[in-house]
Design a protein around this ligand. Structure first.
Ligand SMILES: N[C@@H](CCC(=O)N[C@@H](CS)C(=O)NCC(=O)O)C(=O)O
Length: 200
């Protein structure tokens, strides 16, 4: 399979982490692209020019991070990232974490391309503050960080991205130090180390 990805996209990082946790990395041809430049090879498979985009050997194209990771869990069930008894909670935390990334992406877009002080920009920022704290409040105890499920992986990708992009603007760690310790432990996993975004 072929994965269109970028070094910085948190959506794509979730897919890359999932592939590594499922030990599928050797089956993947990673295509690092800048989706904002609308490269022809990406447009050919995804008219939206977004990463992540997964192209299966059959030619079937999957886009949207949640769709892709849920597909991977279904198609390659072992090792399991969604224990049967936690199906509802994993879906809930996956959606919550991706919603948090959506809020942050909205803030960044407003700052880069619009006026950072519009009512919409303020609304997105307030949503991001609430979302980051809600994601942090939903994580497991630090002692359980060694057996992450898909909801945990998504929460960790979201919180690490919030730290990277917003730093002290969103001080969720100060309010929830146990969640900060949990995140630091998860970031030590090889799947996270191998997909760490470049700092810039
Ligand atoms: N809803 C999509 C969002 C993906 C997304 O927005 N990716 C960004 C990179 S972080 C992108 O490719 N942006 C290019 C564009 O929107 O033109 C998902 O969950 O996969």
């Amino acid at each position: 399979m072929q994965l269109f990805t970028s070094p910085t996209s948190p959506y794509a990082r979730l897919v890359r982490v999932t592939l590594l946790e499922k030990q599928l990395q050797d089956r993947v041809d990673y295509r690092f692209v800048d989706p904002w430049a609308s490269p022809a090879e990406l447009l050919e498979v995804n008219t939206n020019s977004r990463v992540p985009t997964l192209v299966m050997p059959s030619g079937q194209v999957l886009c949207e991070a949640a769709v892709i990771v849920l597909f991977l869990e279904r198609r390659y069930p072992e090792p399991r990232l969604m224990p049967r008894e936690a199906v509802e909670g994993v879906h809930a935390r996956l959606g919550q974490a991706l919603g948090c990334i959506d809020d942050g992406a909205g803030v960044i877009t407003e700052r880069r391309h619009g006026d950072p002080d519009t009512p919409l920009a303020r609304r997105r920022f307030e949503a991001l503050q609430r979302a980051a704290n809600a994601v942090a409040a939903g994580v497991k105890a630090p002692a359980l960080a060694d057996d992450p499920d898909l909801g945990d992986l998504a929460a960790a990708v979201a919180l690490d991205w919030v730290d990277l992009r917003f730093g002290d603007e969103i001080p969720w760690r100060a309010a929830q130090p146990a969640a900060g310790a949990w995140l630091d432990r998860l970031l030590g996993r090889s799947s996270f180390a191998a997909t760490a975004p470049p700092a810039h």
